[in-house]
Design a binder for this molecule. Structure first.
Ligand code: DQA
Length: 146
């Protein structure tokens, strides 16, 4: 069975109360439950982690091949714009990766317009709230089954 790793980056544990004007009231548990439901319907395995620590995310990506992960769905959150280490981990692991964002990073502050992850990702979905994750998950499933 194809296995997809979902990574939520820093502060996404606070969804539901964090800047609700931007991110809405959806919680990380809401998102995870929808992803688990979709995974069940599509017959894929799903592993989910959230971390506020760059190194922990790098370690998880580094172990993904050994853990038989076929695709990664990731919201790198603030690390999108800063982390060469996460970008290099994605490039090194050779596992197709889909980048997602709840908000449209291109319609926000200028520092959010650059994603260091996008050039090493298969693609990006940005701006649709929880739907970004669900659309990105569809793409990850396709990539995982290839
Ligand atoms: C985010 C956008 C990032 O710029 C921000 O740092 C986040 C969340 C999003 O999902 O819209 O933490 O990745």
């Amino acid at each position: 069975m194809a296995k997809i790793l979902v990574i939520h980056g820093p502060n996404l544990n606070l969804l539901g109360t964090r800047e609700v004007d931007i991110y809405g009231k959806v919680t990380i548990e809401d998102i995870n439950n929808s992803l688990r439901e979709k995974a069940k319907g599509k017959g894929v395995d799903i592993e989910i982690m959230q971390s506020n620590h760059e190194g922990e995310i790098v370690d998880t990506i580094g172990k993904a091949k050994d853990n038989k992960i076929n695709a990664i769905l990731m919201n790198p959150a603030a690390y999108t714009h800063t982390s060469v280490a996460i970008r290099d981990a994605v490039a090194a692991c050779g596992i197709p990766t889909v980048e997602v964002h709840l908000s449209n990073i291109y319609s926000r502050e200028e520092f959010r317009h650059t994603s260091l992850i996008a050039p090493v990702a298969k693609g990006q979905v940005s701006g649709f709230g929880k739907t970004s994750y669900l659309l990105g998950f569809e793409a990850a499933i396709e990539l995982a089954k290839k």
